[in-house]
Design a binder for this molecule. Structure first.
Ligand code: HEM
Ligand SMILES: CC(C)=CCC/C(C)=C/CC/C(C)=C/COP(=O)(O)OP(=O)(O)O
Length: 473
């Protein structure tokens, strides 16, 4: 029978259970009668959904593990509901933590069951060959970028070679200046900045719960220092990766890879940016925030770019820590210290990063193979990478619940992580609809890109709501 229907039911069960867990943990502390009644009603509806899902799983001839998973959940669910009721009536052994643990267990089991269902239905219709890892990562080079120049000659900066424009040619000079400014701007990886700034701001928002005041100078200086530091780290990354960037379609036209900016100039630019960043952080913020910012630059530009990215398939998992640091930087900027809420926010971003990046790694799998990067889909194939996306997404959602549980974040936060988490989960599930398409096909690429955008929407939306709750509401 109808397998897509079972998949839909499982997705709804996962999201419904997550809503219960998120609302329960996040709003537990200050749950008014409306939230409590909503929690009870949702618990009944999700219970019914689980019954339907288990029945459909049994009747649809799904994989035995899907039937077992849905049945196990169905058996545990009344116990979990009982613990909740007992806890609510003050029966001591059944406190909120056990109820939370039960919710996590139900959510985790359902997510694994969904994954089994997705893989079972996908593998049924897939050409085994299309899911295999790339056989030979050292494929031929991408067509040379426009200049095609040897990287070793990059020090002779072509942008400085012809510094004598004709006075009549003002428009051309302006164009050249514009091009050069654009090239330097591109070195700073500006497209990443909005989310990293939002993360630092959310860290600052959480810090206000300590009673610390948020002043304009701290906010502006932290963001300015952070933006310059990210720019420096991005610039060093461009310099170090210029050879491999030339081999990848996505990166072949980068400023250093194409010699639009010479290596020496780029390094000097990076050093200038990081120096100004540090000066701003030390002068207008505090030493801890400055030290964390310096650590983030070293983490991304050296630990990730040089040590991890070219050598291990765990590169993005371990390297993701650099992108999580702005949470600590923002918090430290306001309080002068780092505490649990900031650490948990960083943990959310750390877990989110593989779920974010693996989509791009799938979309650009052939590119990464060409440049000989040991990215997960290159080494283990698309199916195994999607499995990891589902896993990291699940852990991210649970980390978000934990963050909600230890802070004053309330219903808007719980709803944001549920709704945007649901959109993210759905986008990943839709990647499985490309079963049968080749791993490097346009359909696989586009589906992966949709999840990439959903990942950014998830984190952006959740961070925005944290800001709203901590600074406005
Ligand atoms: C190891 C960690 C990470 C890796 C390898 C990674 C990789 C990438 C890559 C390759 C792109 C370019 C996408 C393209 O060419 O279209 C990108 C874009 C982006 N990343 Fe990440 N990323 C990581 C962590 C983060 C973190 C921690 C954040 C923010 C908290 C972040 C936010 C963004 C944003 C906002 C974009 C731009 C999206 C757009 O252009 O619409 N990334 N990432
Ligand atoms: C100071 C501070 C807060 C620094 C944060 C560092 C930072 C930008 C972290 C995010 C990690 C990231 C975007 C990696 C890009 O991957 P990639 O370099 O592999 O992407 P590429 O293939 O586009 O080069």
């Amino acid at each position: 029978m109808d397998r897509p229907r079972l998949t839909t039911l499982l997705v709804r069960s996962v999201v419904g259970t997550y809503l219960l867990v998120a609302l329960g943990a996040t709003a537990a502390a200050d749950a008014g009668p409306i939230v409590t009644a909503g929690h009870h009603l949702a618990a009944v509806l999700v219970g019914l959904l689980l019954v339907v899902t288990a029945v459909v799983a049994r009747r649809s001839g799904a994989s035995p593990w899907v039937a077992r998973g849905t049945l196990a959940v169905l058996l545990v669910y009344p116990v979990q509901a009982g613990i909740g009721l007992a806890g609510a009536s003050g029966f001591a052994p059944f406190d909120g933590r056990l109820h939370l643990l039960g919710g996590v267990a139900v959510f985790g089991t359902l997510l694994v069951t969904l994954l089994v269902q997705l893989e079972a239905t996908t593998l049924a219709g897939i050409d085994a060959e299309s899911s295999s890892p790339v056989a030979d990562p050292s494929l031929s080079d991408v067509a040379s970028p426009s200049t095609g120049a040897d990287p070793s000659s990059a020090d002779a900066d072509p942008s400085s070679a012809d510094a004598d424009p004709s006075p009549a040619d003002v428009a051309t000079t302006a164009d050249a200046l514009g091009d050069r400014l654009r090239a330097y701007l591109e070195l700073t990886k500006p497209r990443l900045m909005w989310l990293l700034c939002l993360l630092a701001l959310a860290g600052m928002g959480l810090a206000t719960a300590t009673g610390a005041a948020l002043d304009g100078v701290t906010v502006v200086a932290t963001l300015a220092g952070g933006v310059l530091a990210i720019g420096a780290a991005g610039t060093f990354n461009h310099v170090y990766e210029r050879d491999r960037d030339r081999k990848m379609r996505r990166t072949a036209d980068r400023p250093v890879a194409t010699d639009r900016v010479g290596v020496r100039r780029a390094i000097a630019f990076g050093i200038g940016l990081v120096t100004v960043a540090m000066a701003i952080m030390v002068a207008f913020v505090n030493v801890l925030a400055a030290a964390l910012t310096a650590a983030a630059v070293v983490y991304y530009a050296y630990v990730y770019t040089v040590l991890l990215k070219p050598t291990t398939r765990w590169n993005t998992v371990i390297g993701g820590g650099s992108g999580a640091l702005p949470a600590l930087i923002g918090y430290a900027a306001v309080t002068g210290t780092v505490e649990l809420p900031a650490i948990l926010l960083a943990v959310v971003v750390f877990c989110w990063t593989p779920a974010h990046f693996y989509n791009l790694a799938i979309a650009h799998r052939d590119d990464y193979a060409r440049a000989d990067y040991p990215m997960m889909p290159v080494l283990e194939g698309v199916t195994a990478t999607r499995r990891r996306i589902v896993g990291w997404l699940g852990v991210t959602l649970l980390a978000a619940v934990l963050l909600g549980g230890v802070t004053d974040l309330g219903v808007p936060y719980a709803l944001a992580t549920t709704v945007l988490g649901g959109v993210f989960v759905r986008s990943v599930v839709r990647q499985y609809a490309t079963a049968g398409a080749h791993d490097d096909s346009e359909a696989v690429r586009q589906a992966a890109y949709r999840s990439f955008h959903a990942s950014n929407a998830y984190l952006g939306g959740v961070l925005a709501v944290i800001l709203l709750e901590t600074l406005v509401l």
